[in-house]
Design a protein. Structure first.
Length: 505
């Protein structure tokens, strides 16, 4: 069974988690974490501090040795708010690549929230609830509304504990005017989403990350009980108590580590204001988050187990359909093209030899290949590519989004070539694979050329020098579809080195 690794480069700390897929479940093999405060200078200067970069890279070099020690097969390294906001983020990414060979993927706040939701959903029972997930990091706070395991809305607010400490806390303990300014700023940000959040009746509030973990430990120690649930009224009291202490006094509290003590006041104030304004009853802390979502997604992508893939498939489908509907795509037509593309992918596996991952990428491209027509039918393939390359297509990595966009780019007269702008950002391995996926989508599009469902099914037969497609058609025939397929014969021969023979039954 494969071994997966996930690294989260946050504004406050860097975290590693390594898990192995055992009997359809992820078994944790190793975890590591270190506070590096990578984002501390960013929030004041928009630049990553060289010393923080060096510290973070050294930690990543240690993580690199751990991934080798545990034989990690699949690894994702993502960075969040610090890299999103930094003007010199590219220098950091290059430094990491030089030191470890790793590519750091900078994800959006919404993708961060989706992965946190996926990690929580995979490890808890929230599928039957209307839940609000709150993740407070060093640079941002992600708020996710979930109904029966499906994301309804997500919001990313600039309310990270490191960011707010840097901007507002100039004395220790903080002075009253600093706390008033901090509270006013938090209130201003929360008000922006207050109506949207309060319009949903929430049954359960789940909190992840270090701040709620520390608050839950503090509350449990005060009560002399083991609990991960903190009532809202107690949040207000804990925030006031912490704001009156200096850092040494905060460090002495059970559950608050030395570095967490430096930023816990700002974090506690965020929770206090959110729960007060939204009139929430309290939260339950769970020790899951971004890394768990990354691990679960990798496991779902590299297995054919339907139950493991279910949550990921649902999230991707929701994102794809929402984007298609936003650009007024013909969903009935798009779904027919997707079904035909799926049949071609599965029946011609020995011909195209694409990795299993490409099945999802191809079918996503099939659903979205016409959205550029919303802007202008002239140049619609270029418009589609641009939209997809810059969209929030949740559930897909940056590389996967580029592949999906590239597949849709070449449905017209142009053909993919390595020097084409749409392909420049892809790894060499994908430069070979994308033309094969493009051809499959072109065939699927040809099979629905008349946009009337003329082809009801197909059978394939693969020979050494020939591929035969036998089409089941409606009584009205499929002359237009056969004409469109005939136009793809030269390209089919170019890509696969075989003749394409199509007949209608």
């Amino acid at each position: 069974m494969p071994t997966f690794g996930a690294i989260d480069i946050g504004a406050n700390s860097v975290r590693l988690k390594i898990s192995k897929l055992v009997r359809r479940r992820l078994k944790v093999l190793a975890e590591d974490r270190e506070v590096t405060r990578l984002g501390e200078a960013v929030f004041a200067t928009r630049l990553l501090d060289p010393a923080a970069i060096e510290h973070t890279v050294k930690v990543l070099e240690r993580f690199h040795r751990l991934t080798q020690q545990f034989g990690v097969d699949h690894l994702r390294i993502v960075a969040t708010s610090a890299l999103r906001d930094a003007d010199n983020g590219a220098a950091f990414v290059e430094w990491v690549r030089s030191a470890t060979g790793w590519h750091v993927e900078v994800i959006s706040g919404l993708e961060e929230g989706r992965l946190i939701h996926l990690g929580v959903q995979a490890n808890t029972r929230i599928r039957n609830s209307r839940a609000l997930l709150i993740d407070l990091g060093g640079g941002s706070c992600e708020l996710t509304l979930s109904t029966r395991g499906q994301i309804e809305d997500m919001y990313s607010l600039p309310l990270g504990a490191v960011r707010l400490t840097r901007d507002f806390m100039r004395h220790d303990p903080p002075r009253k005017n600093e706390l008033h300014q901090l509270r006013a700023y938090i209130e201003k940000e929360v008000i922006r989403v207050e109506d949207a959040l309060t319009s949903h009746r929430v049954d359960l509030v789940i909190a992840t990350s270090g701040t709620p973990a520390a608050l839950a430990d503090m509350w449990a120690a005060e009560q002399g009980v083991r609990t991960s649930t903190v009532p809202s009224a107690e949040l207000q009291r804990l925030a006031r108590r912490l704001s009156r202490m200096n850092v040494v006094e905060r460090q002495a509290i059970k559950g608050i580590g030395p570095r967490r003590a430096e930023i816990i006041v700002a974090g506690a104030m965020v929770f206090s204001e959110i729960f007060s304004r939204l009139k929430l009853p309290g939260f339950r802390y769970v020790p899951y988050g971004l890394r768990d979502g990354l691990l679960f997604q990798m496991a779902a992508e590299y297995t054919e187990n339907p139950s493991l893939r279910k949550a990921l498939v649902a999230e991707r489908e929701h994102s794809i359909v929402s984007l298609a509907a936003h650009y007024q795509a013909d969903l009935t037509f798009a779904r027919r093209v997707r079904e035909l593309a799926l049949q071609l992918f599965r029946s011609l596996g020995s011909v195209h030899n694409l990795p299993q991952e490409y099945e999802d990428l191809l079918t996503a491209a099939a659903m979205l290949h016409e959205i550029g027509s919303f802007l202008n039918r002239a140049g619609r393939h270029r418009h589609t590519h641009y939209i997809l390359a810059h969209s929030e297509l949740l559930g897909f990595t940056t590389r996967q989004r580029i592949i999906i966009a590239a597949i849709t780019r070449f449905i017209g007269k142009s053909r993919p070539a390595p020097e084409t702008r749409a392909l420049r950002a892809l790894p060499d391995a994908d430069l070979v694979l994308v033309p094969r996926a493009v051809l499959l989508l072109r065939l699927a599009r040809a099979l629905e050329q008349g946009r009337r469902g003329a082809v009801t099914g197909l059978r394939t037969r693969v020979a050494a020098e020939r591929v035969m497609l036998r089409l089941n058609t409606r009584s009205s025939g499929a002359e237009l579809e056969l004409w469109a397929l005939d136009k793809e014969r030269d390209y089919f021969r170019e890509v696969f080195g075989r003749e394409l023979d199509c007949t209608a039954l």
